[in-house]
Design a protein around this ligand. Sequence first.
Ligand SMILES: [Mn+2]
Length: 462
Amino acid sequence: MKIGHFSDLHYCPAYLAEADRCFSFAIQDAIAHGIDVAILSGDATHHRLEVHSPALRLLAQRIQQLANHCPVLILQGTFSHDPPGMLHMLQMIGARHPIAIADRIGLVGLTTEGQWVEPACDASAALTLAVTCVPTVNKADLVPLVGAEDASAEMGNQLAAIMASFAPANDAYRDAGVPTVLVSHGTVQGSLNESGVPMAGLDHEFTIGALYSAHASAVMLGHIHKHQVWERNFAGIEQKIAYAGSPGRFHYGEIGDKVYLLWHLEANTVDIEPIVTPSRAMIDLEFPGAPDLDEIASVAAQCANAYVRVRCSVDAEHAPNVDRAGIRQILAAAAEVKIEVEVLSIQRQRCEGISRLPDLHSRFLRWCEISGTATEGLVERLDLLNTGEPEEIVARLLTQPEPPSAVASSDLSDRVRKDAIDVASGNDVEVPEEAAQASLSATATMHHQSPAALGDLLADLI
Ligand SMILES: [Mn+2]
């Protein structure tokens, strides 16, 4: 038996284009695959919709399209997304096959005649499929019994007990050759949300163990928009749990492919085939400095209808110059543009008291200390320049071997040169901290730089 598992469609005006493009693709693809049953695991809509809203009408048409192909079961999702009662409107849609609405806990069967029935956990009913339904339950109902603080934990306990109570029925159906499904809507502890962040904490509805305990072969979940799977083979029962995830991509942070699931299910075997939907692309444009508008313009066509994130890191003084309006204008055809500017703060520290030091030698040492520059080699050369005769200095330089990769002028030596001039002229100098860091690592190179370059530098000093 093939079951199409669709979830978290979130039909609403804001998401309509994305939701309907992806869901209609999924329906056509599932029908082409010849699915026998369609199961929707909650959040068909995003919020309460007016009956004349195009979003509700399109959703109704899609459900009709599905129900003209095979029986459909729709589970109640989160109450804020699927307002109570709304699903019963969808049940009235006229189609070739019946539409079942699961808004209470119970076992729903599909008969050999293709009708949905609610067997009282009776293995004798002639079914082709047994579906244990655990729709969203209202945590508030538990508050009067256990108090607000314990309602979440108690909800988990209650649901675990309820799921385990279906095990004997599911075992009996499996023994009778009937495939078994558990369909539910909620958060599994330790699952990943659509941004890839693990859902930790105690206020989540299910543990994986509780879901397995119903002994259904296929556990079809809704609520989390990221497709993910768990599986086990225990006591001869093969079980798989999966979130179908949303077929559409509704937010920038939703990572990975969007899918609907094709379940290949028999009484004792279960397989999941995720089918990728044509959800909107996400494009990251990253710039080490201010965003390059020409470069953005060159990819603007590819960014049409995509979720685009422009990220850059700029120095604090340049942050206000990032042309946000210009970027948005260039990317006007994108579905969403997010601009994230990381501001690099520059910390400067005064080289306190350097101007009061008596001579160049001690000023230079102080500068080395503040900027984290090793003095080895440099101080001797400075002293030589201070005290030696030009001929003697030149003779010494000429007898020293030329290093293999002499860099005559690097950023570092430019900076040292500038600071050196300040030091020599008795000005206080400012030493950016990151430059000090850079100079630490560069000092080694510095020492092996061409003596001529150092000579130049130090000559400037005097
Ligand atoms: Mn949802």
